[in-house]
Design a protein around this ligand. Structure first.
Ligand SMILES: Nc1ncnc2c1ncn2[C@@H]1O[C@H](COP(=O)(O)OP(=O)(O)OP(=O)(O)O)[C@@H](O)[C@H]1O
Ligand SMILES: [Mg+2]
Length: 294
């Protein structure tokens, strides 16, 4: 939709419903070529997603996607692999046409949070930070793309926050995907500013005013706390007290009832003088918290 309706620049892509069709979408005319990324059309946190570097890996990527997809559609999207310099999330708030009894101009209906830099592993979120240094012209381009795609999806009256993801390579800004809701990389907003992505979402859908967002000086970051094994019981979190003894650090434990390898169980949040220092501090705090079988 992003590629076809507002015409945003994206990776070359195609859809497939069998391993043979997948092979044609990769190697056929106007195919993605190699390397490419194969993803179930319905999934989250990178589940079922894999990078194909050689033609011999296509069948395996199909099987992996089908085994890990959600829903009942045996369908994948395959995308050209973008060797990006960095990737960002632009949290984009679409407000209702009338807020607090006042009709908003079209331009004022869309608000943006500062770009969030993030790093993923195995297609899954590891850490995010703010500010993410970015040329102003590229940020403007990302904003204009985020505005057009969220308008298209929300329609005339729709409202709420979107996590709009972009790849940046040199001077190119390439649309990646979006979430029609708060985004995992946006958890950094629980510490970087007074109105978090959750506050912004609730205000937008309830038609409540959103005055300026105040950011903490310096930088902020969020880093994941992962489980390393499977257990069907709620775990304990040794080391939480050590992490909380660090200054400018907060921890959120999600209270998930079971664990499996790489399951995200919480995040450590930090502020510091720069985004780089905040990243180091958040990772240090996350590293202090372990996830143990109760
Ligand atoms: N075409 C691509 N080229 C290069 N890297 C990619 C591509 N598509 C995805 N990735 C990498 O994989 C990550 C996860 O992909 P994507 O956001 O599409 O999956 P997801 O399962 O929706 O993840 P989430 O729900 O956690 O955002 C991206 O943030 C990026 O790092
Ligand atoms: Mg994503």
């Amino acid at each position: 939709m992003a590629a076809e309706r507002p015409g945003l620049p994206t990776a070359r892509y195609g859809y497939a419903e069998s391993a043979e069709e997948l092979r044609r979408r990769i190697a056929g005319p106007r195919g993605t070529g190699l390397p490419c990324v194969v993803k179930p059309v319905m999934s989250s946190s990178g589940k079922g997603q894999s990078v194909v570097r050689r033609a011999a890996e296509i069948n395996r990527a199909w099987d992996y996607a089908v085994a890990n997809m959600r829903g009942d559609q045996r369908r994948v999207i395959v995308e050209e692999f973008i060797d990006f310099d960095y990737e960002i999330t632009l949290l984009t708030v679409r407000q209702r046409p009338v807020v607090g009894g006042r009709r908003l101009s079209e331009a004022r209906r869309t608000l943006f949070v500062r770009p969030i830099g993030h790093r993923q592993e195995r297609g899954d979120y590891q850490e995010s930070w703010m500010p993410c240094p970015m040329k102003p012209a590229l940020e403007r381009r990302a904003r204009s793309m985020a505005r057009s795609i969220t308008r298209e999806i929300a329609g005339p009256d729709g409202a709420g926050i979107f996590g709009v993801e972009f790849f940046v390579r040199g001077d190119r800004v390439i649309f990646s995907e979006l979430s029609p809701r708060p985004h995992d990389t946006g958890m950094v907003t629980m510490i970087s500013q007074d109105l978090s992505e959750f506050d912004l979402h609730v205000r937008a859908i309830l038609g409540l005013p959103i005055p300026t967002i105040n950011y903490a000086p310096g930088g902020a970051a969020s880093a994941v706390i992962l489980a390393d094994r499977a257990s069907s019981r709620p775990p304990t979190y040794p080391g939480l007290d050590r992490a909380l003894s660090l200054r400018n650090v907060q921890v959120r434990i999600f209270g998930k009832p079971t664990t499996r390898p790489y399951r995200r169980m919480g995040v450590a949040l930090a502020t510091a003088a720069t985004a780089g220092a905040a990243r180091r501090l958040a990772k240090r705090a996350a590293g202090m918290v372990s996830v143990r079988r109760a």
